[in-house]
Design a protein around this ligand. Structure first.
Ligand SMILES: Nc1ncnc2c1ncn2[C@@H]1O[C@H](COP(=O)(O)OP(=O)(O)O)[C@@H](O)[C@H]1O
Ligand SMILES: C=C(OP(=O)(O)O)C(=O)O
Ligand SMILES: [Mn+2]
Length: 504
């Protein structure tokens, strides 16, 4: 393909060069921090319904086919691949070669081919950048081709819409078209690793990770917006990674070389590490800037609530590089409960940990219509169902064994609502959540007495340093106790109903 092309292909440019080209091509604008501001058009988030896996003989029996993993035929994939090759013929392309996986034993050499310079800057910052020596011998084992301008034709390509994220494990290729949302590229490699690594006895996990001064490793699982990125950026601990990790017999390792933080309401005071990480070379997705000063207005969510900043992990002070550490001693499951009924922190037994891992509960907020206060419960197995090609129980069993083997303590932390449901109560203060997480990580929480929540059976601490005790039991924070009981029972029923699909 490359021989027949006459157009320039840029390989492995530095961040500064990519910034310059993106600006020249008017793909984005420079913010006051020298970050690159870009807009992604109509797709401001991932498009899980447009994801396909090729139904190839070698993967067929392993994949958990269903709504998450939708099959396409080899013929359909080849047709899209041919279209992609034609489309690329007269395009200037940008190539990044690097790795996914900080552990040399398990890392996947990857190549990302981009139509946009800013996408290439994004992947350069998000994946693991090779050294000069590594680049010289780099040989990609998986390739992602991201062509936002290439649209599928549902009538002939068999896709649901113009947008597609197609993975072929046999061709070791992902083709993305019809979307500009950069998160799609990082999450497609995550899905690939979620398929490949269990065969190598590594548990792939949708979690952030950090490590304390005593080499104590903590993992934070949670769906989008529950606080993985925010809570793992902790000045007292070294960041391993903010989103995707593997757990092998040697310990945990980051899949990525950068972070992808939500920017909504970002403030220097509450999240100083993330605030300061946004500088030259960072990509600001769908963040509004003041027209004259170029200063980012993180409170402006006129484009989307899912505004994002991408930056290399080096931009977080004291990050652990390479992102590889020992076995975790504490695991935190994060949930943003908009019912406002789950305790802000509780201790889980081994059985409860498995139950909550498979349940993967969080809430989506009820639309954007005014006056709508009904939260919507979302259950996403392993806190990451959209990224799991295998059946959730495969991951759960692997994790369960590791939790047992390493005697890991597991806590459930509700970073969501308190004092009532969404619309009535308010979101738990970040400072209190941080204090509760700290108490779990330093073990001081175990000094407290615990009471058992009558509806969820969770063990709630009676006191946590620097947190008002009445907040620790959500029923105390609701004015109307009957409403609390009803809401808690409703959520508990939803949990039970969802879990039935895992009951043998
Ligand atoms: N108590 C809290 N705990 C964690 N995050 C909170 C809390 N209150 C508000 N937030 C906000 O919620 C968002 C969490 O997003 P993020 O950390 O990016 O989630 P994830 O990485 O899991 O997708 C951030 O914008 C953060 O400022
Ligand atoms: C990038 C994403 O991950 P998260 O929201 O978990 O940070 C995403 O879901 O698109
Ligand atoms: Mn995140």
């Amino acid at each position: 393909m490359e021989q027949s092309r006459t157009i320039n292909t840029h390989k492995n440019l530095h961040a500064a060069e990519l910034m310059k080209i993106a600006l020249e091509r008017k793909e984005g604008k420079l913010a006051s921090t020298n970050a690159l501001q870009v807009f992604t058009g109509s797709y401001t988030g991932r498009s899980p319904k447009d994801k396909y896996i090729v139904n190839e003989p070698s993967v067929m029996e392993h994949i958990d086919w269903g709504t998450v993993n939708q099959p396409i035929t080899e013929y359909q994939f080849d047709q899209i691949y041919n279209k992609a090759q034609d489309y690329m013929m007269d395009k200037e392309l940008f190539i990044f070669d690097g790795y996914a996986g900080a552990d040399l034993n398990y890392r996947l050499p990857i190549r990302i081919v981009n139509e946009y310079a800013w996408h290439n800057l994004f992947v350069h910052q998000l994946f693991i950048r090779p050294t000069k020596e590594e680049l010289a011998t780099h040989h990609a084992e998986f390739t992602v081709i991201a062509l936002p301008g290439l649209k599928a034709d549902p009538a002939t390509d068999g896709t649901r819409s113009e947008t597609f994220i197609c993975v072929s494990f046999e061709k070791r290729l992902v083709i993305i078209g019809g979307t500009e949302y950069a998160g799609e590229m990082k999450k497609s490699i995550f899905s690939v690793l979620n398929y490949l690594l269990p065969f190598k006895n590594v548990v792939p996990m949708h979690c952030s990770a950090n490590v304390g001064v005593k080499d104590d490793v903590a993992l934070f699982f949670g769906l989008s917006g529950t606080g993985k990125t925010t809570l793992s950026a902790d000045p007292n601990r070294r960041l391993i990674g903010d989103d995707e990790h593997g757990w092998s017999d040697q310990g945990v390792f980051n899949f990525e070389g950068g972070c992808y933080a939500k920017c909504v309401n970002l403030s220097e005071e509450k999240e100083p590490q993330i605030w300061n990480a946004i500088k030259a070379g960072s990509v600001l997705e769908n963040v509004m800037l003041d027209l004259e000063t170029g200063i980012a207005d993180y409170d402006d969510i006129s484009v989307t609530e899912n505004t994002r900043a991408a930056y290399p992990i080096e931009s977080i002070p004291n990050a652990l590089i390479p992102g590889k550490a020992g076995h975790p001693s504490v695991i935190v499951f994060l949930t943003a409960d908009a019912f406002g009924v789950l305790p802000p922190i509780s201790k889980l037994t081994k059985e409860q940990a498995m139950y909550h891992f498979l349940s993967g509960y969080t809430s989506k907020l009820a639309g954007t219509e005014r006056g709508v206060t009904e939260p919507e419960a979302t259950f996403s197995a392993c806190f990451g169902a959209p990224f799991l090609p295998l059946h959730p129980t495969v991951y759960a069993e692997m994790l369960g064994k590791k939790i047992e083997e390493h005697q890991v303590k597991v806590y459930l932390v509700n970073t969501g609502w308190t004092g009532g449901p969404y619309g009535v109560g308010k979101r738990m203060s970040l400072a209190y959540t941080r204090a509760m997480v700290s108490a779990a990580l330093d073990g001081s929480i175990e000094q407290s007495g615990f009471t058992t929540d009558p509806i969820f059976g969770l063990q709630c601490p009676v006191s946590v340093n620097a947190v008002p005790s009445h907040l620790l039991q959500p029923r105390n924070t609701w004015q109307d106790k009957e409403s609390y009981d009803n809401a808690a029972r409703e959520l508990s029923d939803l949990f039970d109903r969802n879990y039935r699909k895992f009951a043998l």
